[in-house]
Design a protein around this ligand. Structure first.
Ligand SMILES: Cc1ncc(COP(=O)(O)O)c(C=O)c1O
Length: 389
């Protein structure tokens, strides 16, 4: 059997290795405190599950959906965007349903990237931007996200010859893995840059509803003229604790949304109709579940950041996402500190280097576990005298 050369370009998916390591430790009887994958431990709100139960009885759900999504779903997305961001979207051609935003992000390069084309990819970042650029024959050019620039890309540093070949600029605020946010001024800069250099601006807004202390993240589409150059990816995964349901949406520039829909119509047959109908309930129903979630995550964030700061870290509390981007002590690397936490304390974190070269020197901690477990992790670190300095 001869596999494609393309397959050799794919490193093992980061979390596959981490899950293997975790299973190994659990088998040894270790009580692992898991800050690994960003998968909410909180339940899907009951009114969404109730809707799902109801629609499952309808035979209509058993038939093929349209790959772009049912019109009623696209209309609900359009209404939600108008209510949440004040952004008008035509449900006919500016909204496409996705089988989770990962699916859409992964397919997008096949609609825009020819062999040898460049995409501008933040480093560190969600691995799909890089891998799927490569699978489409493109070449990622990495934009380091560093603390001194508030984890925003420095667009001025991109060489002219790179820009000439670039087709896409990926951005993701609120950001995985750094937890950073971008204000309207920064987003305006990205829109202007994309226009100036004829780029498709891909905004990954998976964490838009996870804001704390009154902070409400912005959609790039709120920026005037953004729709000329921007496609935005969104997901119900984190907002409504629905990661396993696989439902999301791509919205914005008509040409980009339709190009993605063309790829999708040849690859998948859309999201299960029952899930789309339940997702309408999520988007249009009561939103207090989102507030409640955020309250829980803000509390967990406080326990973790205050705890780490009591161990000599000097961390600010992130305004959004459930990711804490934590610098490792001097003399440690991302990998060595990850290993130390696991071996000495049974604490599972993700090495920052797994998200790109510029992630070296950090670990990512996802607060998808109860605050009591977070407090226990801090206790174990204290006991082992693991401090920042
Ligand atoms: C930045 C970012 N984008 C997109 C996704 C994909 O989410 P989903 O496919 O569940 O919508 C994730 C998941 O962790 C993510 O962190």
């Amino acid at each position: 059997m001869k596999k494609s050369k393309r397959l050799d370009l794919i490193p093992p998916y980061l979390f596959v290795k981490i899950e293997e390591k975790k299973d190994e430790l659990i088998k040894k009887g270790i009580d692992v405190i898991d800050f690994g994958i960003g998968d909410p431990d909180l339940p899907t709100p009951p009114h969404i599950i109730k809707k799902m139960r109801e629609v499952l009885d309808d035979q209509v759900s058993a038939n093929y959906p349209t790959s772009k999504g049912e019109f009623v779903f696209r209309k609900a997305v359009s209404k939600w965007y108008q209510k949440r961001f004040g952004v008008e979207l035509n449900p006919r051609d500016e909204v496409c349903c996705l089988i989770g935003s990962k699916e859409g992000l992964a397919h997008l390069p096949f609609a825009f990237v020819d062999p040898g084309d460049i995409t501008l990819v933040p480093d560190p970042s969600y691995p799909v931007y890089k891998i799927c650029t490569t699978l489409a024959g493109g070449v990622p050019y990495f934009l380091p996200l560093v603390e001194s620039n508030k984890f925003l890309p420095d667009l001025e540093s991109i060489p002219a010859d790179i820009l000439k070949k670039a087709k896409i600029l990926f951005i993701n605020y609120p950001n995985n893995p750094t937890g950073a946010v971008a204000d309207k001024a920064a987003l305006t800069k990205y829109v202007e840059f994309a226009k100036k250099h004829d780029l498709l601006l891909v905004s990954d807004l998976a964490y838009s509803e996870m804001g704390y202390d009154g902070y409400k993240p912005t959609s790039v589409l709120e920026i005037e003229g953004a729709k000329d150059v921007c496609i935005e990816f969104h997901s119900l995964s984190k907002t409504y604790n629905m990661t396993g349901w696989r439902i999301g949406m791509a919205v914005g520039n008509k040409e980009a949304v339709q190009a993605l829909a063309t790829i999708k119509s040849n690859v998948d047959s859309g999201a299960f109709k029952a899930i789309q109908l339940a997702a309408i309930e999520a988007l249009s129903g009561p939103q207090d579940c989102v507030e409640q979630n955020n309250k829980i995550f803000a509390e967990r964030r406080n326990v973790l950041i205050d705890g780490l700061n009591s161990l000599d870290w000097k961390l600010e509390k992130p305004k959004a996402t459930f990711y804490m981007w934590v610098p490792v002590p001097k003399k440690e690397t991302s990998a060595s500190f990850t290993e130390k936490l696991l071996d000495k304390c049974g604490i599972l974190v993700v090495p920052g280097s797994g998200y790109g070269t510029a992630g070296e020197g950090y670990i990512r901690m996802a607060i998808t576990l109860p605050k009591e477990r977070i407090a226990l992790a801090i206790e174990r670190m204290k006991k082992e005298n693991i401090r920042y300095s």
